[in-house]
Design a binder for this molecule. Structure first.
Ligand code: DGY
Length: 341
């Protein structure tokens, strides 16, 4: 018996996951796979037309997902899930899958890249060369603060807003650079645990590692990494007040979500020299970030377009994990990585 589409479980796929992953879905005879066929964000109208009758949805961070009546599974190819209405999903008993862990190393890599680029005037240097204006070598041309141990004070402090997997993977990369101290803030609902902090301090072989207030992070860090989830709780956690408290030689790196940082305040901080530089992979309002955006106009702001997890290996792993989460959810098997709602 060959199933008709009506007898199959309909799943809508909001982005082509590529030739190595789509067969995981297409090869299941029980599924009627309806995929948005274009290589750009899925049109809202297309989702509305296709979601009726769908049991599962495979999404990315660019799609806002609110559960329709037939939906049983939402799978997102991302660690972030603020684009999903998880409250409604929980109420309706809809399973949600996501892809943490597998992107941790890639995002930690790019966080360090942005810290280096922001400190060492990466953007200005590249732009000079691109314009055919290679500057004459001179003792202090394009100098910036050193990321490795300060040869004068023999210390370096890394600051983290959010201290989960990606922050800790970033910290581990900074140890060989000679970082000596770490200070972090973490979600207000998670409790301070001096014993765990002491274990981490030893693990990273640091002089100190401690949880502090946002103020402590702003004032004490040579580099601040913004690595907390998006959403209303962290909206503009880096604002004018925070930036004014940072060291003038410090850099800010945001590889989390654009909404955590007030772009206007950051542009002002760079323009007026409250901080040295910034490296951002995410900007509020992306992808509508044009050449007139205040951050794009700041030469000390290194900006890349949300490519933190964009290594071949990581994106492939994320896509296949997202497909596997979807399939498991649909067939009532344990999802490889469910989101605990
Ligand atoms: C995520 O996974 O949430 C990133 O923003 C996209 O890789």
């Amino acid at each position: 018996h060959i199933r008709t589409d009506a007898e199959k479980l309909k799943v809508i796929v909001l982005r082509d996951m590529g030739p190595d992953v789509m067969p995981l879905l297409y090869d299941r005879p029980e599924l009627n796979v309806v995929m948005w066929p274009h290589d750009k964000a899925c049109k809202r109208q297309w989702i509305l037309e296709n979601v009726p009758g769908a049991s599962g949805i495979l999404a990315t961070i660019v799609d806002k997902i609110k559960a329709g009546p037939s939906l049983r599974v939402i799978s997102t190819m991302s660690v972030g899930y603020e684009h999903i209405d998880v409250q409604t999903a929980a109420q309706r008993d809809i399973k949600v899958g996501y892809t943490p862990d597998v992107l941790t190393e890639a995002v930690a890599d790019i966080s360090v890249m942005l810290a280096l680029m922001a400190s060492r005037n990466g953007r200005q240097g590249i732009e000079f060369v691109g314009r055919g204006e290679w500057p004459h070598w001179a003792p202090y041309t394009l100098c910036g603060p050193q990321l490795s141990t300060n040869p004068i004070t023999q210390t370096r402090t890394a600051g983290f807003i959010g201290f989960g997997r990606i922050s800790q993977a970033t910290l581990s990369r900074l140890i060989p650079f000679g970082f000596t101290n770490c200070i972090f803030t973490s979600s207000p609902t998670s409790k301070s645990n001096p014993q765990v902090e002491e274990e981490l301090r030893k693990k990273f072989n640091l002089r100190s590692l401690r949880r502090g207030t946002l103020d402590d992070v702003a004032r004490g860090s040579d580099v601040v990494f913004v690595l907390a989830p998006g959403g209303p709780q962290t909206y503009y956690i880096v604002n004018e007040d925070f930036l004014r408290k940072m060291k003038k030689t410090a850099v800010l790196v945001n590889t989390a979500r654009g909404t955590l940082v007030d772009s206007d305040a950051l542009a002002k901080a760079l323009r007026e020299g409250w901080i040295w530089g910034a490296g951002v992979d995410v900007v509020e309002g992306e992808p509508d970030v044009g050449i007139d955006h205040p951050l794009v106009k700041e030469p000390r702001c290194v900006i890349v377009p949300h490519i933190g997890s964009a290594t071949n290996e990581t994106r492939l792993t994320m896509a296949s994990l997202a497909a596997k989460n979807l399939i498991a959810g649909l067939f009532n098997e344990p999802m490889p990585v469910p989101l605990q709602l």
